[in-house]
Design a protein around this ligand. Structure first.
Ligand code: CA
Ligand code: CA
Length: 223
């Protein structure tokens, strides 16, 4: 069985969803697992091995044939503020998959409705240990916000209920709909280099996303 939760960032194992360090492990044979630091097979993922009574074994991330995955329906959502809890998802996601990605985790795409929430999210993202690509390079530069002006240029609305923005935190000169370059910009990101202020961008790239759940919906569950 495939165990997609783990990956190696160069100095140890972390959970793929939360990027927390793996504090518990059950390697099949501590004498030879994990061994990817000492050979050249590039085994950066882990699985549960039936032959080893479901203990853990390393595996090449591309060798998925014949494997199945088990999903947990709630990610950690341990970062809570007022009525919401948040989880930065460490997989790059395209705009058209945003809502379904968060829905599959019991939540919606991040929406920011107040200065206080904005400040909290800024602190969360500043502290997030994310943004390493497969080679260990930092890559957390933009995070999707659940807002768009698709359908009515300049009239940005929240994706969850199509209501007009009740708060904004645009960066200097934004939103500009791509002017003067002529690339229509109908999606919104938080930009790390501008203190996580907002900018409209084209909708076609994949970026990281923060999912949000209401607290009463099980958000503050601890593992
Ligand atoms: Ca636009
Ligand atoms: Ca823009």
């Amino acid at each position: 069985m495939w165990f997609e939760e783990l990956h190696l960032n160069g100095s140890g194992w972390e959970w793929q969803q939360t990027l927390d360090r793996v504090s518990f492990s059950d390697w099949a044979d501590p004498n030879w697992q994990p061994d990817s630091l000492s050979n050249t097979t590039m085994e950066y993922c882990a699985m549960l091995s039936r032959e080893k009574d479901w203990a853990w074994a390393e595996q090449d991330c591309f060798k998925r044939q014949g494997m199945v995955s088990v999903c947990e329906i709630q990610p950690a959502y341990q970062q809570c503020f007022q009525n919401s809890c948040y989880q930065l998802i460490s997989q790059f996601t395209y705009y058209d998959k945003l809502s379904s990605k968060c829905a599959s985790l019991g939540g919606t795409v991040l929406e920011i409705n107040s200065k206080e929430e904005s400040d909290f999210i800024k602190g969360y993202l500043d502290a997030a240990p994310v943004g390493r690509d497969g080679l260990g390079n930092l890559s957390l530069t933009q995070v999707w916000l659940g807002a768009t002006d698709i359908g009515s240029e300049g009239n940005f609305r929240w994706m969850s209920n199509n209501s007009k923005l009740n708060f904004d935190n645009w960066g200097m000169g934004q939103p500009n709909n791509g002017l003067p370059y002529g690339l229509e910009e109908n999606c919104v990101v938080l930009e790390s280099s501008e203190g996580w202020k907002w900018k409209d961008v084209t909708c076609d790239a994949s970026r990281l996303v923060v999912c949000e759940v209401e607290k009463w919906n099980g958000g503050s569950r601890r593992r």
